[in-house]
Design a protein around this ligand. Sequence first.
Ligand code: HEM
Length: 427
Amino acid sequence: MTAPTTARATGPLPLEEVDLADNDNFTDGDLPWRMLETLRREDPVHWQPEPAPNSGFWAVTRHADIVTVDRDAETFTSTGFTNLEEVDDALKDKRRSLLETDGLRHRALRTLLQRRFTPRALAPYETYLRGLTATTLDAALARGSFDFVKEVSADFPINVLARLLDVPEGDTRQLIDWGNRIIGNTDPDYADVLLESEDSERYRDLPFRSPAALEVFEYGRALAAARRGKDGGDLVSALVNSAPSDGVPLSPQDFDNYFLLLVVAGNETTRHAISHAMHALIEHPEQLRLLQRDPSLIPGAVEEFLRWASPVYHFRRTATRDVELRGKRIRRGDKVVLWFASGNRDEDVFEEPGRFDVTRRNVDHVTFGKGGPHFCLGNSLARMEMRIMFEELLPRIADIRLDGEVRRVRSNFVNGIKELPVTVTRA
Ligand code: HEM
């Protein structure tokens, strides 16, 4: 058996050169990891200043601290919003979704869909997913040389979600486009209005300050109107035809924001997880061959894919009281940012964290959060999509190589690959 190889040399960066607030530091494949390594070693709860109008944040980078904060939603609330953007009180209620709700209301909203996302509830979609994967792969592989993101990973997750939402196939393209424009709001290749630009002030009422959110709302409302009072088994029907357990009905705004969250949350994240896994397997061909020889390793390998990929760099909390964390005095109202990606490379938890090893056991990653109320609702779906993708892909290829530059999304929030040019020899 070939020994697993080590990823490109990284090495920490001088602390004074670390700047997690600068999106430009996140287009290079190594720099984010080097910055996070420095923080874990030298200043695991680090005050990161931000350009005005933002006020700076605490960067929490060790696995153990991430788990502590994630579990304690009373001290570290999500209701102050979960991205770095500071949303004023008047807008918070307008833009609030499940993700930015805590306590009883959060539980009530989450329960509306939780049962739909269990492995058992998702099992009936397996055949559909396998068929979709096979069609996608056969079309891509026939080209020989192609961009893996464009031809394989980009549209796959939203196609799956489109089935769960039961939207007409003809509308899926539009959903993909909206998802890209909303999430890629710090990358000029995707966004119509960049988050840092003055222009984005005009859209401050909207999630991610993206005008595309309006179109998604309108689309979701039309689906809701058509399904209210009927017995559909899709996610929209579940939302509009069941009552939240706290007795407070779902307002039109609650629905808008829930629908938009569903469209956005599972789209880019899963796409990038698949692209990163592919990239890692190309860079570590002996690992790819291990999985080809023994496909029963794939479900376990998915956990290492998720650790390695860390498609979401961070989510934010806000301190509800003065509190001390690893000797740092955090004040009420401070932003506290959980760097999940960093937790996934923590030397205290993972042996040789810079090694990509598909046979790694008990991979205690924090890719979906850890132990807190906001733990990713779609985690089983994402795992299933990744498993099926590689179960279908690996037997179809004899060889796969990089065929150009890997381009990354300019974002300190989404760890994304936007181009992965490959050349494939079919099996
Ligand atoms: C590899 C893919 C994915 C990654 C890395 C990911 C990551 C995350 C993370 C880190 C959170 C927690 C946010 C927090 O702590 O504040 C989260 C929440 C969430 N995710 Fe995912 N996710 C993925 C796929 C999906 C999919 C496929 C769906 C399905 C629609 C989904 C739906 C959600 C929802 C609805 C929440 C909010 C849960 C809550 O606030 O209670 N995610 N995700």
